[in-house]
Ligand binder design. Sequence first.
Ligand SMILES: Nc1ncnc2c1ncn2[C@@H]1O[C@H](COP(=O)(O)OP(=O)(O)OP(=O)(O)O)[C@@H](O)[C@H]1O
Ligand SMILES: N[C@@H](CCO)C(=O)O
Length: 322
Amino acid sequence: MAVYTDVSDEDIFRFVAEYDIGDVVSFKGIAEGVENTNFLLQTTKAPFILTLYEKRVNPDDLPFYLGLMDHLSATGLNCPTPIHGKDGVALRRLCGRPAAITSFLQGMSPRRIQPHHCAGLGTALAQLHTAGLGFEMHLPNALSVKGWRPLFESCQEHADDVEPGLGKMIGDELDYLEANWPHALPKGVIHADLFPDNVFFFPGKEDVSGLIDFYFACNDLLAYDIAICMNAWCFEPDSSFNVTKAKNLLSYYGKVRGLSDAELAALPVLARGASLRFLLTRLYDWVNTPKDALVTPKNPREYITKLRFHQRVENASAYGLD
Ligand SMILES: Nc1ncnc2c1ncn2[C@@H]1O[C@H](COP(=O)(O)OP(=O)(O)OP(=O)(O)O)[C@@H](O)[C@H]1O
Ligand SMILES: N[C@@H](CCO)C(=O)O
């Protein structure tokens, strides 16, 4: 249950009164998600999402995230739109946490990912990257290659408790990635966490209906965002890699924003980095979440398997490209 900060009825009535969004009708904690506290807020005017930002969100970065969602919404991309209070301010405080209300997006995350979902995702991701090129604020990716070694060092002592030899594997992978990271590839605004739970479709439809959870968005290599999606969408529950899904993701992305030969050639190293990034944040959460916590941390072993797969990949043809 990802509600880290409880909010009383009195708190919510006082908070909503700071906006012109109608009166509170209902207010329920949302179970999904592990990073922030989210509530579904229904008022006499419409449904909204109230988010209280928790430990992994740097409050100084919130103007970038909210400004980005405003920018992307204005370009026509379907993402949460920050609601501004009567004083014009979107970023506020509630129960001691930074907080904001955003629009509620209709649609559902796919429970069983089909190849057509990856086609829709490729299109939506390229549209996001294209729309983001006009966004003037800039936020370096704190969880890119420069951030991985410090993150590893903060939980290194526990790595071998998860799997014998994991500490050495991560140390060797960090050496490889720091020496081979493709810094010169095209950069722009990336989502950086576009997992299935953050992508909505309408039932029976193939196009993405909306994107949410922009709280890891930042400026980084655009093709790195594709690698994050390939890991999150193109592996089957039995850990096998689905080449058809990867081919759809890459080919439909390329119809909107063509990938350069350099980006295609760099996909294996980008996919190794994308695997390590989520292995590290999951490892950190795995060893730092109390056993009796209400929120269940995500299993880092899933990303050990994905990293090992990409370590064996020699070129992008393994991802379905001709
Ligand atoms: N704008 C929105 N419209 C509709 N539903 C939303 C919206 N924002 C969040 N949700 C719902 O709340 C859930 C959690 O939101 P979100 O993914 O932003 O939280 P999180 O803690 O950052 O999760 P994660 O672990 O995926 O990073 C989503 O899976 C979705 O069901
Ligand atoms: N999407 C992340 C959790 C939120 O950052 C993961 O699956 O590890």
